[in-house]
Write a protein that binds this ligand. Structure first.
Ligand SMILES: Nc1ncnc2c1ncn2[C@@H]1O[C@H](COP(=O)(O)OP(=O)(O)OP(=O)(O)O)[C@@H](O)[C@H]1O
Length: 205
């Protein structure tokens, strides 16, 4: 894909069920690539294919809400007024899971899988950074996204919880098609099957 106004020109393929790490210096366009894959930004040229669907090319543009793509950022983007369970269930409603009880059960199951089952009724402000990021991981994965995008998912966490959350990600991302943006070699080693480096942007005139 090419985003000329941001100096981005990159080509890569992620095999189904594998994780591709995107690395590169600050400003090289890693987050821009994720935005294009998520459907938040339309590249000027280029294309992206997810399975047999074209996400975008010169003729096609599938809007973000119809892509079935999950996005996890470094700050857990949770609704502050909703409990952990309601945050996860909210994403399920958007993904088309019918029935409140169903959504609650799936949300509880996922909170358990990421190790915060006992915090289901807490709001994000009553959680540690690591607990909130675990909840955000549950929210992103519970709806069964076809593609998972991770933008520096460990960067905002206290150093002592990073290894645990990295281990959790390694476990829950197994078999999921994922693009991971990271600056950290340890993330590439622990989480990625392959890596693509975006070169430094050309110096601005
Ligand atoms: N919203 C925006 N509008 C215009 N230009 C932007 C915007 N966001 C980023 N850019 C520019 O696009 C280029 C690529 O930025 P991007 O954030 O994708 O890089 P990155 O590799 O993710 O950087 P970092 O490692 O610092 O997060 C940079 O020149 C940046 O200044």
């Amino acid at each position: 894909m090419v985003v000329p106004e941001r100096g981005v020109d990159v080509t890569f393929t992620v095999d189904e069920g594998q994780t591709m790490a995107l690395t590169g210096p600050n400003g090289s366009g890693k987050s821009t690539v994720l935005s294009a894959l998520a459907g938040w930004l339309r590249p000027e040229t280029g294309h992206a294919q997810l399975g047999d669907r074209t996400l975008f090319d010169e003729h096609t543009w599938i809007p973000a809400r119809r892509r079935n793509v999950g996005y996890l950022t470094q700050d857990p983007l949770l609704f502050p007024h909703l409990t952990a369970e309601a945050n996860v269930a909210f994403g399920l409603a958007r993904a088309g899971v019918v029935g409140r009880r169903n959504r609650r059960d799936v949300a509880r199951d996922w909170l358990g899988r990421v190790g915060v089952g006992q915090l289901a009724s807490r709001r994000p402000g009553e959680m540690s950074g690591g607990q909130a990021q675990r909840t955000a991981i549950a929210r992103v994965l519970a709806s069964g996204p076809e593609l998972v995008l991770l933008d520096e998912p460990l960067s905002a966490l206290d150093a002592q919880v990073v290894p645990q959350i990295r281990e959790l990600l390694a476990e829950v991302l197994t078999g999921r098609t994922t693009v991971l943006v990271t600056h950290h070699e340890a993330d590439v080693v622990a989480l990625a099957d392959a890596a693509t480096t975006i070169p430094a942007p050309p110096p601005s005139a």
